[in-house]
Design a binder for this molecule. Structure first.
Ligand SMILES: NC(=O)c1ccc[n+]([C@@H]2O[C@H](COP(=O)([O-])OP(=O)(O)OC[C@H]3O[C@@H](n4cnc5c(N)ncnc54)[C@H](OP(=O)(O)O)[C@@H]3O)[C@@H](O)[C@H]2O)c1
Length: 322
């Protein structure tokens, strides 16, 4: 079968090539899927660069998140018929066929497009998991960084459904703005994260912060938390070293935790996942525009697809089709 492979880690543009690979066979508890559409995600690039939580095994097929149809199942999988359209997350999705664990395979409602379904197993589930981890009561104030990202848009939708008050922190040409996630109004505008948060807080802190950026501005995010508040770090967009005193966390009984989707999913019961997927498919059917697509390229034109990712000037994903 056709596949996009790499035999060493490095810049995707330099190490990826189109080649052939053996068709995979589903092991126990796995599903074999004929892939129709794959979404290119930041995690895909980190994996190829050797900076992701999975270590590649060469020659490695790239990609994780996609949609396709079930063509076979391994021993122990009894609830997925051949031909079922499924979203999935599995290593090696940038190929004509891929395998994924049954627990990472999600049947797609008919009304949802492949554009949306190809992104489902990563960002929507991450957004749901992040809100779940915060355990916030209605009315709680939630700060969301990298506010123009797809995850931030999903978080805003989910937070509103739970009666939370989301605030988006967005970078722009001359600094940062904060935006009220309920009505879209600009709250404050300043040159640095610390300053924009000062202008946003007006004496009130946040119950939780969901941060995809990391680095030195984490200190300003921690400062913006109310006593007992929680900072969840889930992205590495600017993962530089910082210095933090234990007393900063101790004095306000703060929690600082990391979040990775794989571990979160692995700890959820099938009932939890059923609730998450049911709500998410309903939200996405109503708001498919939160998962915009900004380019489509067949597997063979993966280099052009990578260029489209690098040159993107608006939020959205580039897809690899057949
Ligand atoms: N932990 C997990 O399991 C998990 C799961 C899914 C996603 N993620 C992470 O979540 C983040 C968002 O994913 P996505 O797919 O929603 O991303 P996306 O739509 O590609 O958007 C990325 C956003 O990050 C902003 N950004 C990039 N570098 C930045 C920096 N140095 N400082 C501040 N903002 C910066 C960009 O801002 P501009 O618009 O200003 O360019 C852009 O809006 C990524 O870091 C991804 O790796 C983590």
């Amino acid at each position: 079968m056709k596949a996009i492979l790499f035999s060493r880690t490095g810049l995707p543009e330099e190490v990826l090539s189109l080649g052939t690979a053996l068709e995979p066979t589903p092991a126990p508890d796995q599903v074999l899927i004929r892939v129709t559409t794959r979404s290119i995600q930041p995690a895909d690039l980190l994996f190829i660069e050797g900076r992701y939580r999975y270590t590649p095994s060469f020659p490695q097929i790239a990609g994780f998140d996609a949609v396709g149809t079930v063509i076979d199942t391994g021993p122990g999988v009894t609830d997925l018929a051949q031909g079922t359209r499924v979203a999935f997350r599995g290593v090696g999705a940038w190929a004509e066929m891929a395998v994924a664990s049954r627990s990472r395979v999600y049947p797609v409602p008919e009304a949802l497009s492949d554009d949306v379904a190809s992104q489902f197993a990563l960002n929507p589930l991450t957004a749901w998991g992040l809100i779940d981890e915060c355990r916030l009561a209605p009315g709680a104030r939630l700060l969301i960084t990298a506010g123009r990202s797809i995850v931030a848009s999903l978080l805003t939708l989910l937070a509103r459904r739970q009666g939370l008050n989301p605030v988006l922190l967005i970078r722009n040409e001359d600094g940062y703005v904060t935006v009220d996630g309920n009505d879209g109004s600009v709250i404050a505008h300043a040159a640095s994260v610390a300053q924009v948060l000062q202008g946003t807080l007006k004496g009130e802190g946040f119950n939780a912060v969901l941060d995809a950026v990391g680095g030195v501005d984490s200190l300003a995010l921690i400062d913006a938390l109310l006593p007992g508040g929680r900072l969840v770090t889930y992205g590495l967009l600017s993962d530089t070293d910082i210095t933090l005193k234990g007393s900063t966390l101790l004095r306000k009984n703060l929690i600082w935790q990391g979040f990775g989707i794989e571990k979160w999913v692995s700890e959820k019961t099938p009932e939890d996942m059923h609730e998450a997927t049911r709500e998410l498919w309903a939200v996405l059917a109503e708001h498919p525009h939160v998962m915009p697509v900004i380019g489509r390229f067949p597997l063979e034109r993966f280099q052009e697809a990578l260029q489209a990712v690098r040159n993107a000037t608006r939020p959205g994903k580039v897809l690899l089709t057949n």
